[in-house]
Design a protein around this ligand. Structure first.
Ligand SMILES: [Zn+2]
Length: 554
């Protein structure tokens, strides 16, 4: 089916292509995921926790807007200001870092499970699952097929992709209830709250087209989606006598608008935060104020960086004619055209785009028969991995087609899928590699906050093979947008790189009756001087299960 170029076209495309899932999607904005009577016999003891997840919100933008006094609604949610202008009941962590690659599916999976990508299994917005050989794209970057977006909300796709329980499942085992509003990773929650059906339909289209780079900066549609989420949450809270122990509310306009509105220095995100989300935060604060005492956590899955929206910088814009596809073809591989589902035919290489990076999966070509290459076993090191690595190394060298755009080629020796995978190493040509840490020490221009550590967490673990056999890292420059490249469609801003602007996220903890020092102590005890997003779930669990404080007594 041809790719729709307008929102109306996209809408018709979705309805035409997916009537059955759409019928499910339209059922109700509020899904009871678990029988409320089926609750373990444990008394809930903890304080209540609100997690406000704001997609793509950059740490510095949130801090600056808060300090400038532009976010009165957020201030109220975080316990207000004192006479000196300080926020006595909120602790803002100075250094919170997203997992790598800094993209949506990885960020929320890490927040919701408390594990690293190589452990929980969601390594990218798009991935090849092995041994089954199925390509999935819950947040499409190269595939113009929305089926996995719908499966995320209709069929708990993330419940199938994740190899470990979510914090929502663990809370349930402890007798605590949780509701999740609109976020992808809701498996285990008691309720999934969704915006009203029309808003959701439009929101799904926007999210899909947003990451496909096809829509324009439709601020009204993004804010309608977030408004729908907040309204459904407030309606549910007001209708139910007992609020959940943990409530997660998710907003995405901050990410979508930044991707599509041409505005230097993320001005679009700044404005959306001030003018749209701030109002909603204030409404949530007004409810919470009169309904007990809540811990409030605000965080994000990744940051954002502005880029140039043209085919030179968008390395996925030309699809099968993109430079990466051409390099693989010239090296003798048959790269798979982007599509969802089980791979068929003699294609022996697969790309998964993550904007700042791309995963390349290779098949053992000695096992291809007349009709199909198998994905049930890993490729061979010399015959596939090194052949592809040499081709990309050549392409990024002087005079090569990716000289400007490709920063690093990372590889590792494949192991059987059930084993723990090796870390990636930087490929230097002639079969030689160097550890990522040593290479970044020599080439600090390619580094970023805790980059080597985050690469380790992506690669080494039971699901590390989902990060591919060859990892391509796009060249990016913290200062000059003209020197930033990305594996994706054309965007005005994007993320997924090791850059600080893509990687640093806000993390705030507040409680109306605790001091900033007490809250800071609590966070530091759990996470130390650097907070990684896999440390958020243990913090939520600890807060929700700690003995109810005296002032929380009913
Ligand atoms: Zn995004």
């Amino acid at each position: 089916m041809a790719k729709p170029r307008t929102l109306a076209g996209a809408f018709a495309f979705i309805v035409a292509a997916a009537c059955a899932p759409m019928a499910l999607l339209m059922e109700a904005p509020d899904k009871q995921l678990r029988d409320p009577e089926n609750k373990p016999e444990v008394e809930a003891q903890g304080a209540r926790v609100l997690l406000l997840g704001v997609d793509g919100l950059r740490a510095d933008i949130f801090r600056e807007e808060l300090e400038a006094g532009h976010l009165s609604g957020f201030e109220k949610l975080l316990g207000g200001r004192d006479d000196d202008g300080g926020m006595p009941h909120a602790y803002l962590h100075p250094k919170a870092i997203a997992p790598y690659p800094s993209v949506t599916a990885v960020g929320w999976s890490t927040i919701a499970t408390g594990k690293s990508p190589a452990e929980h299994g969601v390594t990218g917005n798009e991935m090849l699952l092995r041994p089954s050989g199925r390509f999935v794209a819950p947040v499409p970057m190269s595939v113009d097929d929305h089926a996995d977006v719908l499966a995320t909300f209709n069929d708990q796709l993330f419940g199938k992709l994740l190899k470990v329980p979510t914090v929502w499942q663990r809370l349930h085992e402890k007798g605590l209830t949780s509701w999740v509003a609109t976020n992808h990773v809701h498996v285990g929650a008691d309720r999934l709250l969704l915006p009203g059906r029309d808003d959701l339909l439009q929101g799904v289209v926007q999210t899909l087209m947003g990451h496909m780079g096809l829509s324009d900066g439709d601020e009204a549609a993004y804010s309608e989606l977030d408004d729908g989420t907040f309204s459904t949450v407030l309606d549910a809270l007001k209708a139910d006598e007992v609020p959940p122990d943990v409530l997660m509310v998710y907003a995405s306009g901050t990410d979508l608008l930044a991707h599509h509105e041409s505005a230097p220095e993320l001005e679009a995100q700044r404005r959306y935060l001030r003018e749209q989300l701030n109002r909603r935060a204030g409404q949530l604060a007004a409810y919470l104020e009169n309904h007990g005492t809540w811990y409030v956590i605000i965080t994000a899955d990744h940051g954002h960086t502005d880029v140039l929206a043209d085919e030179t910088h968008a390395l996925g814009a030309a699809e099968e004619d993109s430079p990466g596809f051409r390099v693989l073809r010239e090296a003798g591989f048959k790269p798979h055209p982007p599509s969802l589902g089980h791979l068929k035919g003699l294609d022996d290489a697969v790309f998964a785009h993550q904007s700042g990076a791309a995963f390349v999966y290779l098949a053992d070509r000695s096992k291809c028969d007349e009709d199909r290459c198998p994905w049930s076993s890993p490729p061979r090191y010399e015959e596939e991995v090194l052949v592809a690595a040499d081709a990309f190394h050549e392409a990024r060298s002087k005079g090569g087609p990716m000289e400007e755009s490709l920063a690093m080629v990372l590889i590792r020796e494949p192991v059987p899928f059930e084993e723990v995978d090796h870390p990636f190493e930087v490929y230097l040509g002639d079969g030689k590699t160097m550890s990522v840490g040593a290479y970044l020490a020599q080439h600090p221009e390619h580094s970023g906050p805790a980059f080597a550590q985050r690469l380790q967490r992506l690669a080494v673990g039971p699901s590390g093979e989902r990060a591919g056999d060859v990892l391509l890292i796009a060249r990016t420059d913290p200062k000059k947008p003209e020197n930033r490249y990305y594996f994706g469609q054309k965007y005005e801003a994007t993320h997924g790189a090791a850059l600080a602007s893509d990687s640093m996220v806000p993390f705030v903890l507040s409680h109306p009756k605790l001091t900033q020092a007490q809250l800071g102590g609590l966070v530091k005890e759990m996470a130390g001087d650097v907070l990684f997003l896999h440390e958020v779930a243990p913090i939520i669990e600890k807060l929700a299960t700690s003995p109810r404080l005296a002032f929380d007594a009913p």
